[in-house]
Write a protein that binds this ligand. Structure first.
Ligand code: SME
Length: 177
């Protein structure tokens, strides 16, 4: 069940300074990362939906199309012990299979903790599905306290994620799985 009452909170919105040019220079431009509204929209779209894949598809779509700097958004599902396979996603093609001992997604699945990578080139074992990716956040997805997937968000902007994104995204995931 979507738990609409858990989505939406003043704490979810914040302004963020980010580079928005291909050369990755900081412009000082501020934009609102409007998680509060996003959480409401997702809750509304998923209202009454129990199917995990349908919810993953909807969340991927909304995050990809509504947040600046989210250049790939998708889920990798735990399909057997120690193994992730691609789930619903938006963006260019993602690799199909990720063992728990590989990549940022694997690190998230293995530790069951959110991984924030400011510079993917500095992360040993990062799997580059796209050469344009500069930073990444991967969050664990739990259902009944069991890890069922990870949510991977890639950005073509370096250092594009912090604890505020983590908190807002974890709230969305907790509300829907
Ligand atoms: N970069 C990820 C792999 C998935 S793609 O980015 C879509 C990783 O290192 O696990």
């Amino acid at each position: 069940m979507c738990k609409q009452e858990k989505a939406g909170s003043d704490r979810l919105d914040f302004e963020r300074e980010t580079p928005n040019k291909p050369d990755q220079q900081w412009t000082g431009e501020q934009f609102m990362r409007d998680y509060q509204n996003l959480a409401k929209v997702i809750a509304s779209l998923c209202d009454g939906e129990n199917d995990v894949i349908s919810k993953m598809a909807t969340i991927s779509c909304e995050l990809f199309h509504n947040v600046d700097g989210f250049d790939w958004v998708g889920f990798y599902r735990v399909v057997e012990p120690g193994l992730l396979k691609i789930g619903p996603y938006q963006g260019g093609h993602g690799c199909l299979v990720i063992p728990f001992d590989r990549g940022v997604c694997g690190a998230c699945a293995k530790t069951e903790e959110t991984q924030i990578v400011a510079d993917v080139d500095a992360f040993e074992g990062h799997i580059a599905c796209s050469t344009s990716t500069k930073s990444e956040i991967v969050l664990p997805v739990f259902q009944n306290e069991e890890l069922i997937a990870v949510l991977d968000i890639d950005s073509d902007t370096a250092n594009n994620f912090d604890e505020r994104d983590q908190k807002a995204l974890e709230e969305i995931l907790t509300a829907h799985f």
